[in-house]
Write a protein that binds this ligand. Structure first.
Ligand SMILES: NC(=O)c1ccc[n+]([C@@H]2O[C@H](COP(=O)([O-])OP(=O)(O)OC[C@H]3O[C@@H](n4cnc5c(N)ncnc54)[C@H](O)[C@@H]3O)[C@@H](O)[C@H]2O)c1
Length: 465
């Protein structure tokens, strides 16, 4: 266990890769992050409460589709290991928290994962240890929840450093510049740095996504920036943990609101017989002032459907309305019903009632080529079709079966695509790249497309929505 006294020494240790890095929560965010630090030459230990995941990782098996076993093997050769023994956190100089932040049934933030993690971490905290919360959360979490709990449950007398002043530029964090930062380190350092992972994105490498950092004080910002600068091309320091927390929420709310806008316009365009996709592509040729967002069957994943509620919950404490968030949520949440209504009308036109019809839903994951079911609109569509009396099956190359989850209860096995022709309707919800759309259209009696995957195809079987 190291006891670093000077911030400049702390930063020098980062540069010489002596810093030992801990990642708590080895999921979609934590595991890739752990591999990146291992690749950059750090000794990385991953912590998780899920013993099965820990065992798999220590056997070199990846449980996330887009994480290649070779990358995991390389990290293990570089010293990466996983553990459920949280006492080993006292060996780690930097601890990054990547645990879930879901919603409770009443759409309020479920902070239990962060609270449990802080309880597990606090006894092993020491002077000079850097702790960074990466989980998406409401502005104020780091200062109002994490900080007091760390000090309350940590070793007697341990404080989180709160030296006056903030950093505004990553340029200030080289060791020589850090010499005028508050020294020596008299407590633990605490920061917030939002994760901007985009699972399945193969066009923007993770290191190219700038890392936003907000420390409780200048030391924490400088230490965190030095650490992240080893794996990210650019760090962006903001003046507070709250600003960093809010940055992440702004990004995801911006996305949710704009998706809601195009989802609403899609419904209007369908009624007006205008192709919304053509319109978006044309608008996107404007070199300024417009960013393309695309309509779909609803929003899914752990972020866009969840994060806005973290802010609207927090906003109520300030007695401020968040009308854009509420409206966008309303529009996006109504999309699965719109899809089901479209299927019903399409079947009726083909002379079949939805009640008793057989429907094959393609793509149960929330997003193309991702093995993640969380908040997937496909699950809602599946349930709504069943409630309407349809006999629903699904196909998904990533899910051989689907059981009960946090907010759904579906028991089904993936159906072979060769059987597409047996169904009254094939409904494309998530356009995995493994799907041969032309072949599926050819095999189907009726093909409802929520993703514009049939663009350019002409067939009376195709219904776009
Ligand atoms: N998945 C994404 O695309 C994404 C993108 C950006 C931000 N985020 C945010 O990152 C955070 C993590 O999301 P994720 O998708 O990686 O979640 P995840 O469910 O994939 O992984 C979380 C991991 O944490 C573990 N865990 C739960 N409680 C724990 C505890 N007390 N101690 C140690 N480990 C614990 C779980 O077993 C799991 O392995 C969330 O706040 C999320 O909003 C996610």
């Amino acid at each position: 266990m190291s006891r670093l006294l000077l911030l400049s020494e702390w930063i020098e240790r980062v540069e010489s890769r002596e810093t030992r890095v801990a990642i708590i929560g080895l999921g979609y965010v934590g595991l890739p992050l752990a591999l990146l630090f291992a690749k950059a030459g750090f000794q990385v230990t991953g912590f998780d409460i899920d013993a099965a995941k820990v065992a798999m990782l220590n056997e070199g098996r990846s449980y996330i589709h887009h994480i290649a076993p070779e990358d995991l093997a390389a990290a293990r050769s570089a010293g990466f290991s996983a553990t459920t023994d949280f006492a080993r956190l006292r060996e780690c100089d930097a601890v990054l928290l990547c645990v879930p932040t879901p919603l409770n049934a009443d759409h309020t933030p479920d902070m239990s994962y962060i609270e449990d993690t802080v309880r597990a971490l606090a006894p092993h905290t020491f002077v000079g240890q850097l702790i960074v919360l990466e989980s998406t959360t409401w502005p104020g979490t780091t200062t109002e929840l994490v900080l007091p709990e760390l000090e309350r449950l940590g070793p007697a007398g341990l404080r989180v450093m709160r030296a006056a002043g903030t950093l505004n530029s990553a340029d200030e964090v080289d060791p020589s510049a850090a010499a005028d930062l508050p020294q020596p380190l008299t407590g633990a350092m605490l920061a917030f740095s939002p994760e901007r992972e985009d699972p399945g994105n193969t066009t923007t490498p993770r290191h190219a996504v700038p890392k936003v950092i907000g420390g409780i004080d200048r030391s924490a910002s400088a230490a965190a920036a030095a650490l992240y600068a080893t794996i990210f091309d650019r760090t962006v320091i903001v003046s507070s943990t709250e600003a960093a927390e809010m940055t992440k929420l702004l990004e995801n709310i911006y996305r949710g609101v704009n998706i809601a806008l195009v989802n609403e316009l899609k419904q209007l365009c369908l009624a007006m017989k205008i192709d919304i996709w053509e319109v978006i592509d044309a608008a996107a040729t404007k070199p300024f002032g417009f960013q393309a967002f695309y309509p779909g069957p609803g929003i899914g994943g752990h972020c866009i459907p969840v994060d806005p509620f973290y802010l609207s919950w927090r906003a109520r404490q300030f007695d401020r309305p968040t009308r854009f968030i509420e409206l966008a949520g309303e529009v996006n949440e109504a999309m699965p019903s719109f899809v089901v209504q479209t299927v019903e009308r399409a079947l009726e036109r083909a002379g079949t009632a939805l009640r008793g019809a057989s429907v094959l839903l393609l793509g149960i994951a929330y997003k193309r080529d991702v093995d993640d079911l969380r908040e997937s609109p496909a699950l809602t569509i599946f349930s709504l079709l069943q409630q309407a009396g349809a006999a629903v099956s699904y196909n998904d190359p990533f899910f051989a079966e689907v059981g009960a989850g946090r907010h759904y209860s579906i028991q089904a096995h993936s159906t072979a695509l060769e059987r597409a022709g047996e169904f009254d309707c094939v409904l494309l919800v998530t356009d995995h790249s493994a799907y041969d759309i032309a072949a599926l259209v050819a095999a189907s009696k009726l093909f409802v497309d929520t993703r514009n995957a049939t663009r350019g195809m002409t067939s009376r079987k195709i219904v776009r929505c």
